[in-house]
Design a protein around this ligand. Sequence first.
Ligand code: ADP
Ligand code: MG
Ligand code: MG
Length: 206
Amino acid sequence: MGVDAFANWLRDAANTLHENAAYLTELDSAIGDADHGSNMDRGFTAVVALLDETTFETPDELMKKAGMTLVSKVGGASGPLYGTFFLRLGTALAGVEITPATVGEALKAGVGGILARGKAELNDKTMYDAWAPALDAYDEAVAGGSDLGGALVAAAEAAAKGRDATIPLVARKGRASYLGERSAGHQDPGATSTTLLLESAARTLG
Ligand code: ADP
Ligand code: MG
Ligand code: MG
């Protein structure tokens, strides 16, 4: 598997984020500043423009450049967080063969970047509440003999459960934390976009 599969992932993600932009923004209007959908849509539209104008030789090159594009085009919390995710994912993929194990390590490195930047812990009602169970499910699937596609499906399903589990939580990071107890009862927008990204990965990689 090569760079084309990763390019397909980014294109599919851009489509699904565009289709869900109004939904993501509606979620963010309840506990944030009503821009998560437009932030993600703008960022991934720029990533698709990058794919259209540049030829990438390797997945790591593409992932790193996509990360830099997200950092520069998306403001707020999610731009640097997702940007760092793709930068570190790309760095971890440099020079390695793409296997379920190496992709798992790269996803872990990417999420490590989200944590380094955002300092979130589990149950802070952030995107990490979708990423953490996704990484666990991915590893479990690989340990059980799953191929890449199967492990990504397991990760996406776990992310969706983590996303749903953000609803009752009180936010402790990001804008939603300014609301205190009033943030409870709403689904976290970032955990929702993370689930969309992983569902897209499951459709396109593997
Ligand atoms: P902003 O809040 O700056 O407007 P977005 O609306 O694009 O940025 O993104 C909001 C999402 O970012 C939240 O729903 C949450 O999932 C995520 N987020 C915010 N702060 C953090 C953090 N410190 N660590 C991890 N994720 C965070
Ligand atoms: Mg916002
Ligand atoms: Mg904002």
